[in-house]
Design a protein around this ligand. Structure first.
Ligand code: SF4
Length: 79
């Protein structure tokens, strides 16, 4: 996932921990229970995608830096 990160919408995060369950090497919960993405992530991409897709509130979003537009285009082709 070079060039990729996961954005956490803290207003939408309920602190349920589903993302941590799917990808414990890539997410943790802070003192308020809010999800934090650990960059660089320590889980395979499919696990991170499951975490993003499994969030019950849609608080997680895969995103890429502007400099990585080519990677993003490649990723979106696979999605
Ligand atoms: S799965 Fe979604 S709502 Fe639950 S802790 Fe992770 S980001 Fe927050």
């Amino acid at each position: 996932m070079a060039g990729w990160t996961v954005e956490v919408d803290r207003a939408a995060c309920l602190g349920c921990g589903v993302c941590v369950a799917y990808a414990p090497g890539s997410f943790e919960q802070d003192d308020e229970g809010q999800a934090v993405f650990l960059d660089p992530p320590a889980d395979p991409e499919p696990d991170i995608r499951m975490a993003v897709d499994g969030c019950p509130t849609g608080a997680l979003r895969l995103s890429a830096a502007a400099a990585d537009d080519r990677d993003r285009a490649d990723y979106e082709k696979k999605a």
